[in-house]
Design a protein around this ligand. Sequence first.
Ligand code: DGY
Length: 423
Amino acid sequence: MMTDTLPPEAVFSERDEAARAILIANDRGGYTVPTAGLYPYQWNWDSAFAALGFARFDLNRAWAEIETLFTGQWESGMVPHILFHKPDPGYFPGPDVWGCHGPIASSGITQPPVALSFAPRLLRQDPDFGAERFRALFPKMRAWAEWFLRWRRDEKGAIFVIHPWESGRDNAPDWDDAMEGVDPQGVGYYERRDTQHVDASMRPTKYDYDRYIWLVQRGKRLGWDDAAMAEGNPFRVADPTMHFILLRGLRELLIAGDQLGLDTGGLEDQIAALEEGAKALWNPGMGFFDSYNCNNGIWSNALTNASFLCWFGGVSAPEMERHLRRVLDAAPYGVPSLAPFDPRFDAKRYWRGPTWAMMNMMIGEGASEAGIALGEEVRQRTQEVIAKYGFVEYFDPMTGEAAGGKAFTWTAAVWLAWAGKEG
Ligand code: DGY
């Protein structure tokens, strides 16, 4: 343990120790798996949260997590959503299904770039310790951001995803309309592994999986070439998760880069472009931030936990505070991934209802930064649900009951970095 890099106020409760033990048990040497069995590789945004957890007790290890993630970066700047460091037959779809040729066997899509915000956070914790490491990562982080702006920005300026897995919110209602437009003919036989680890009622359906795999097969057929995949792409959905997280990342890079005297040229314009693009995500009929199918303009009309990432992205919207109050009143263990008053709500099915601690952290912190008292309420509810039901993947927002994978890295990390803190 790097005692010299411990935050001075660090005091560990029994629950903190349990969270630490999860991070240590899920550590595979330079990277952390989200949970053994269900997710046996390095996942992009899970890893960034892991870094925040490690930063509570081992800042050196925290930096290593993000550095390992960037060893998988493609020449295009894209950082894959999964890095298959060591083969594991317990997961499907593995490296052969993806057929990618990056520096490390990987998937061919990306994931929300929370690492762009979290590396500056590690730097803030100990600027002397982190300066050189941040400097080395800075051009790589900028290249990733630029890749998003080039290949994942639609005509209206909103950031979109080309696969539900790219958003990280796999089976959210946001993708329903675009998924209907995907005809999974010829997808062939495959064996799901996720439902061997977790009850099928808590996972996406076969309807979804056929389309997930079909989209992977399409990417593979096109050699994961960005230009080729953009042609006639059947799945392009503008996504508040990606948009607000990227916007936050750009803001953080600008501040940290300026502090270290790095070349931040262009960042201000990129931030301004995404601030403008955020307007495209405002659903005027529903009065909240929403996703839409870029191919036909159809809104999801879904008030999700991603809608509330606006504050994390530094975008203010007075109406969203009222919506947050409404969903918290409806879901005692919120923030639910879909508002309970939406007919598509399903309390235990992954991203169609459950509460996710890491989303709560981004929502709660963002709201608090914007001076909204509900941010602290979100933190306290997250603390309560984890304290009662453990470090699991997600929670039933109505009863708090544990769901999904157990001994989960990002829930433990969020406890250490935010939810478990006093006051
Ligand atoms: C899975 O396998 O369920 C993952 O969410 C894909 O990233």
